[in-house]
Design a protein around this ligand. Sequence first.
Ligand code: R5P
Length: 284
Amino acid sequence: MIVSGSASQALAAALAAELGEPLAMTETEHFPDGELLASVGAFDAERAIIVSSTVSSDAHVELLQLQDAAREAGAEEIITVIPYMGYGRQDKSFKTGEPVSARAMARAISTGTDRVITVNPHEELLCDFFSVPCESVDAAPHLANALPADLDQPVFLAPDEGAIDLAASVRDAHGAGDTDYFVKKRLSGSDVDITPSDTDVSGRDVVLVDDIIATGSTMSESIEILQGRSPNRVFVTCVHPMLASNAQTKLARAGVEAIYGTDTIERAVSSVTVAPAIAEALEN
Ligand code: R5P
């Protein structure tokens, strides 16, 4: 039985179709004081596969409740699929007194499941924070499927060093092109300073590749720098299209040709589904 968190309904349905498994009728309601109550409805299965991106603090609570509800309803095995794991970027204590939020979340999630599958965590060490078996699925090769087939002398560009491997994966899956990266210094939660490379992008198509677009500052700064160098077209692709607040407007104003993301976070730009990749991980 596939159990969907409220932020992952399309992906859960796609996964149910991919696996030929039924979809539970989950429901989430709020009490007057704001507390959540997430339930799994009528349930008749030994295995529950809970699919829930933890895009908000409420989504984290909802996931813990769905795990408990599935166990309460009789599931003997619970597999938790977290396509996008929120708080995953706080994977260390950056300043004295700060928590390792990713570890705190992973510990809580581990108590209600037998296994975890996630997609392109910010750092692979995220899986080590779980006390149950955890594996990550790589969606990067699938991102290439959404790109136009007629890319002209493409450059697959990481906006920071951490995304170099992703850019190379997308290039390899596309089959042709160069890779390069910029250097990024984060100034605050919403401000970044980008130092560009000296690759000649004039007349060429550029594909910016990152794991996540959050505020859109990283991508919009990168696009603006590229636009000053006369590229042909600038595309943006990412695994997790969080696109918080006015991120999409920032990218549009910077001159992006198109944005492609996956359905780990369900947005209008989520043109690539990770359902087959997750199904493959589940079948192994
Ligand atoms: C950071 O290292 C990540 O890979 C992304 O580059 C970053 O989280 C994007 O954030 P924003 O869209 O807020 O610039």
